[in-house]
Ligand binder design. Structure first.
Ligand code: BV8
Ligand code: ZN
Length: 260
């Protein structure tokens, strides 16, 4: 870790250690080191010739339900094979040492939960849950569905079963979005981890915090659409940087409790 990054981590830790209310927005980047490709990377191999925004939409599903179904079964398998990485664990540790902590994720995997995070708001749904595209009836995936060429059909209305994720052009779950907006409105610091910040309305949440002068701290190896509004941008992988950041916060918090 170079000198400059050490200093940036210390100044970020100072802001976070002093915060009582922390809001975090994570994107696909936080799961990258777990081997779950980011939304666009998920287009590797046979999927590389398809546009994810096309596949993750009602139009894409209507045009070719089999292709969309197989894409989700492929991604579900990636998620089930994946393990939470040290970045997920660091966020769970930070939650445990913070009075009010809201973890808002755009990810459809369950890696935050598997790492021990408790208060997770999924803005874009869950890939391991399913429901009928027609009547909304929940559906439990069967083994034979996983390598089927077409999605299963609903026993009630015969429409296709789909993953319970939010597709482009679909509304986000109102309850989760309202809670995420309240966290953005009340937090003392807003962390943005592993997201390109191009998908709305999720990408608007840090803007809401910024408007109230809550500092934004970003962790991302690349510049994102949110970087220029960040107080501090830690440019590197979250699996490596978050554990160091949370350790620096823990030391400061310990120092605060038993001042020398
Ligand atoms: C809606 C679930 C309202 C599905 C997803 C024009 C302007 C503004 C908005 C729009 C517009 N045209 C259309 C819209 C609306 C649209 C939108 O925002 N489009 C964008 C593309 C312009 N939004 C919607 O449609 C939303 N709904 O607005 O409805 C409405 C509805 C009806 C009527 C009226 C109004 C719904 C959006 C939800 C879409 N569903 N996911 C699925 O997963 O299959 S979004 C999907 O893409 C992912 O969930 C993720 O959130 C998002 C981005 O994917 P990625 O790029 O892979 O991930 P990420 O952005 O997180 O980027 C990876 C980042 O990680 C990079 O920055 C990289 O540098 C970094 N990274 C890499 N390695 C690491 C790392 N970081 C840290 N550590 C590492 N190791
Ligand atoms: Zn149905």
């Amino acid at each position: 870790m170079n000198e400059k990054m050490e200093r940036l981590i210390e100044s970020a830790a100072e802001i976070i250690a002093a915060a009582r209310r922390i809001a975090v927005l994570t994107g696909a980047g936080v799961s990258a080191e777990s081997g779950v490709g980011t939304f666009r990377d998920a287009q590797t191999g046979l999927w590389s010739r398809f546009d994810p925004q096309q596949l993750a939409s009602q139009e894409g599903f209507a045009a070719d339900p089999g292709r969309v179904w197989r894409w989700y079964m492929h991604r579900l398998e990636m998620v089930e094979r994946a393990r939470p990485n040290p970045g997920h664990a660091a966020l769970a540790a930070l939650e445990a040492m913070t009075p009010t902590f809201t973890l808002i994720t755009q990810n459809v995997d369950d890696l935050h939960e598997r790492a021990g995070s408790r208060n997770v708001l999924h803005l874009h749904g869950r890939i391991e849950r399913f429901h009928c595209n027609g009547c909304g009836l929940p559906y439990t995936l069967r083994m034979e569905d996983r390598d089927a060429p077409m999605p299963p059909t609903c026993t009630f209305c015969t429409d296709y079963i789909r993953p319970s994720v939010v597709w482009f052009g679909e509304l986000l779950p109102a309850q989760e979005l309202a809670e995420a907006q309240r966290a953005a409105e009340t937090c003392d610091v807003f962390l943005v981890i592993g997201t390109s910040g191009v998908v709305y309305p999720a990408a608007h949440l840090p803007v809401m915090a910024k408007r109230r002068a809550a500092p934004i701290i970003e962790v991302n190896p690349e510049e994102s659409a949110l970087s220029e509004m960040a107080e501090i941008w830690l440019s590197g992988p979250s699996g490596a940087l978050l554990p160091r950041l949370v350790e620096a916060v823990r030391l400061r918090r310990a120092g605060q409790e038993n001042p020398r």
